[in-house]
Design a protein around this ligand. Structure first.
Ligand code: ADP
Ligand code: MG
Length: 264
């Protein structure tokens, strides 16, 4: 059997400051296969971003470990991180923005620039490369932010609610676009979202977290009988509502347990 791409074992983490200790994650274990698209959902403030920061190596877990079984010498893959806001710089045009990472790591090789040019053409931004970010729509800016992330050829993409700043209709199209790009570029991805429909329509597996401190409540593999996995087509799959109801019920249980905890 093939070994998983990434394995998280018994991850726990707390924030400490002068006033208090906030236990954010408790005994989180799961694996991710190569090329898999995972969605993580859970109540607000439960520890989702903390978990992503630990996977990115920005925070060190207090307990537990993350391993990449196929990598030699316990090294880590290249990781790309995409956040809620596109964080494009207005004083740079789109081309200068998407090549920013290459500038910083001094790896503006002709091969890397060719890869960026191809993506700008494939994903509809080539004609806009000399524009400033403010001249682009929200969806185009998110695509530019993704190309900037992909320019560094990360193996693993971490997406922390990257669509939440978009209005509903744009969100539907942009999330589909971004997901298609990620699948086409054969990346492994972990997406945090509080939108259940988005999690079902985009991911191969959903990991549901409990209230803080986050533990794994359940893992739900998503299988939809549609020929093409666009957000709109996924929503019309016969299984879609069952997944939605299942997730809704599990999250409602968490809401209820929080109400009981806070009112007790
Ligand atoms: P989520 O992304 O699920 O909304 P976070 O991972 O951002 O949740 O935060 C989990 C918990 O940890 C929250 O209660 C939050 O207030 C707390 N927290 C996050 N960052 C810090 C920090 N730097 N210092 C102290 N507490 C923090
Ligand atoms: Mg968060």
């Amino acid at each position: 059997m093939k070994s998983p791409y990434m394995v998280l074992e018994h991850i726990s983490f707390s924030y400490h400051n002068m006033q208090a200790e906030t236990i954010a994650l408790s005994d989180i274990s799961f694996y991710v296969n190569k090329g898999e698209f995972i969605a993580i959902v859970g109540p607000s403030g439960c520890g989702k971003s903390t978990l992503l920061s630990i996977i990115a190596g920005l925070l060190t877990p207090e307990e537990g470990k993350i391993t990449f079984p196929d990598m030699k010498d316990s090294s880590k893959p290249q990781i790309g991180y995409m956040l809620q806001h596109d964080h494009l710089f207005e004083w740079r045009n789109i081309y200068q923005n998407v090549t920013l990472g290459l500038d910083i790591c001094k790896c503006k090789t002709s091969e890397n620039l060719e890869y960026v040019n191809e993506m700008l053409k494939d994903y509809g931004l080539w004609q806009f490369r000399h524009k400033r970010p403010s001249e682009l729509s929200g969806g185009m800016k998110q695509r530019a932010a993704l190309i900037r992330t992909l320019a560094l050829k990360p193996d693993l993409l971490l997406l922390d609610e990257p669509f939440s700043a978009l209005d509903n209709q744009t969100r539907l199209y942009v999330s589909g676009d971004i997901c298609q790009i990620i699948r086409k570029e054969k990346k492994t991805a972990i997406l945090i979202t509080h939108d259940l429909s988005e999690a079902i329509s985009l991911s191969d597996r959903i990991i549901l977290l409990t209230n803080r401190p986050a533990k794994i409540k359940s893992q739900i593999p998503v299988k939809l009988s549609v020929t093409e996995r666009t957000p709109l087509k996924a929503r019309s799959a016969p299984e879609f509502n069952d997944y939605f109801n299942l997730l809704w019920k599990e999250l409602a249980d968490e809401d209820q347990s929080r109400t009981i905890c806070t009112t007790a």
